[in-house]
Write a new protein. Structure first.
Length: 359
């Protein structure tokens, strides 16, 4: 089990790197650095020397070859390919261990779908809906891998205490049971807010409003909910965005409004859990969520004031991924501790019937 845990830990780290590289690629406008897939200008490496560039230009006469963007794109693809192999290894190990098969299978299917989305991102020339789905898929992959790691850790704890019985007081959180519905709602709102952020980025609307607290003067007269969610279709390319200013401004404003709702809801949930928690683990996770939430707010404000600095914008993506992962893991932890019962055999029986274990 320890080697399996190490594999999952490495895959988690790799997923975070891929998310960061994806954000960097998108923010440096390198999403079409290679006009084909999975290679780059017909080769498995990005063009480097003048001869390579001339050969690529001959194969793709209409393309504007920018080697630095091609390198960014191919590095992202290489690491994503390694991530796919690690996920495959997790699924194989899980199959032979006869544990966590369902969750590992879902993760494998997701990474295959992510590869398809990566291809469509290029072949459909950065269609915003595909770019958004690719972003959400990366976040979902990171979160599901973290859930798998939590399930494994919980299983190890149960197995290690099998002979002496489980210390119920060490794990139970009776005061948090009533907060589970609020936790589910919080996760939903957080996912919607991340989707709004992805929609803002994929439509190149992040650099529209630079005024606080909402946008430039007169924004309310131009705001249109319908235009914010219109699907731009039928364009040869979507690089640098195709929506008019009013639509981009509306998307950006919605993202800011969503940030306020998410801040209040997630902050309240984390604070209530911290107040009611009796175990150190739960209190630490609740405090960590609060810290990440404040960090994310700070990064968002810096994006506005400093007009989207590259490193800060990449960090904004990474913190969002970690915030979603930690919130989902937190809600899962509350659920697991809710089903703990005095007799160990009863607790294991409940777990055995749950959808994420022993399948």
């Amino acid at each position: 089990m320890s080697r399996f845990a190490t594999l999952i830990n490495f895959t988690l780290l790799l997923t975070l790197i891929v998310i960061a590289l994806g954000a960097y690629t998108r923010l440096t406008d390198a999403g079409l650095g290679c006009p084909d897939w999975p290679g780059c200008y017909g080769k498995l490496t990005a063009p480097l020397h003048d001869g390579h560039i001339a050969e690529a230009q001959a194969k793709f006469p209409d393309a504007q070859i920018e080697p630095h963007k091609a390198h960014n794109e191919m590095l992202h693809r290489y690491i994503a390919g390694l991530l796919g192999l690690c996920v495959l290894a997790i699924a194989i190990v899980s199959f032979f261990l006869k544990k966590f098969r369902l969750l590992s299978g879902i993760i494998l299917l997701l990474v295959i779908f992510q590869a398809a989305l990566g291809m469509w991102t290029v072949t459909l020339n950065l269609l915003p809906l595909v770019v958004l789905a690719h972003l959400l898929g990366g976040f979902a992959l990171f979160t599901l891998l973290a859930l798998l790691r939590v399930e494994l850790a919980w299983k190890i704890k149960v197995m290690n205490t099998d002979s002496i019985g489980l210390d119920v007081k060490k794990y139970r959180e009776p005061g948090l049971n009533s907060l589970l519905p609020l936790g589910y709602l919080t996760v939903l709102v957080l996912v919607l807010q991340i989707a709004l952020g992805g929609w803002t980025s994929s439509n190149y609307a992040a650099a529209v409003c630079y005024q606080l607290p909402v946008c430039e003067a007169g924004w309310s007269d131009r705001f249109s909910l319908q235009s914010a969610f219109s699907l731009p279709l039928g364009h040869d390319t979507y690089e640098y965005g195709v929506l008019p200013y009013e639509a981009r401004m509306s998307i950006h404003v919605l993202h800011r409004m969503g940030a306020v709702v998410t801040l209040l809801l997630l902050g309240s949930f984390a604070f209530l859990c911290w107040r009611r928690a009796v175990t150190k683990t739960i209190r630490v996770i609740a405090a960590s969520i609060g810290g990440l939430l404040l960090l994310q707010l700070t990064l968002g404000l810096i994006n506005i004031v400093a007009q989207l600095p590259l490193l800060n914008a990449v960090m904004h993506n990474l913190v969002a991924a970690n915030l979603l992962m930690l919130t989902v893991v937190f809600v899962r932890q509350i659920y697991l501790r809710r089903i703990v019962r005095e007799p160990l055999s009863e607790m294991k029986s409940v777990q055995k019937n749950h959808f994420v274990t022993d399948r």
